[in-house]
Design a protein. Sequence first.
Length: 316
Amino acid sequence: MVGHPYTVAAIALGAAFCYASSNVIEQRKAATAPPETSLRIALLWYLARQPIWWLGIGVDLGGFGLQVLALGLGTLVFVQPLLVTSLLFSLVLGALVGTVRLRRADIGWAVVFMASLSIFLAVSAPSGGVDQRDLRNWALPLAVVAGLVLGALALSRRLTGGYRAAAMAGAAGMAFGVSSTLMKSFAHLLSADGVADTLVHHWEPYALGAVVAAGFLILQSAFQAGDLRAALPFLEVSEPVVASVLGLTLMHERLHAIDGPTKAVVAVAIVLMVVSASLLARSAAAGRAGGEPAPDQASPARRRARVAPAPPGDRS
């Protein structure tokens, strides 16, 4: 890890807050799109004509910049779990504006999540790793994740309602896990070679733009399918899991859990993080105010998609 852990954590939490702030805007607009535009470019065209939707994109852009900075200074295994705290920010922001009524269970699971996250980071002490790998090293991981994403999308075609949204959200989360790993390489290249040389001599910016665009379309289709209570747990869990696995296997990051008891503590912390994040995601999506269903609150994972770098002339 290049940066101080506290600095990296603060930047990652700032990114999570930006992502949480933009959630309700984008989901509300995606939910109004015609059903026949699902998984089609027409969906993006529809959303692009909604001015308020661009406000959410702008806030996501801020989160994206902070995430790139955090990944440039820290490891994937350190940064990605911290980004899931956007779920907590979503619940708090929703409560402040009156769209979510916090329950005791939500507060309890939030405490469990933060405690297990803190234990995981403190005990495992993620470190090491490389910032960039050759395209040939990426071939197998990309093939595996692409197969899983295509499988989830094929399955979603056979499903309806919450099951369809969950399958598509899981596919989007896996794509975002890959984009987070590419984002780390992109941050390194920008720092080492500058913008011009990075765009001219390296493939990572273009791969990042393609993966993010695909994830974005899939995610907006998941929002359109409705029932975020089913979708968000898959979205929030699949992204950090894929990114962390790629960090440990492809980028050679390390967890410093040496003996049996330490490994057991880390394993329990991971399980608690997954369970608590899943339950918080359902609460964020199904928050209630005044006894009526509140607008769905999504979380961090959709953010990356909206603002990744793309080839010159496209943006990022």
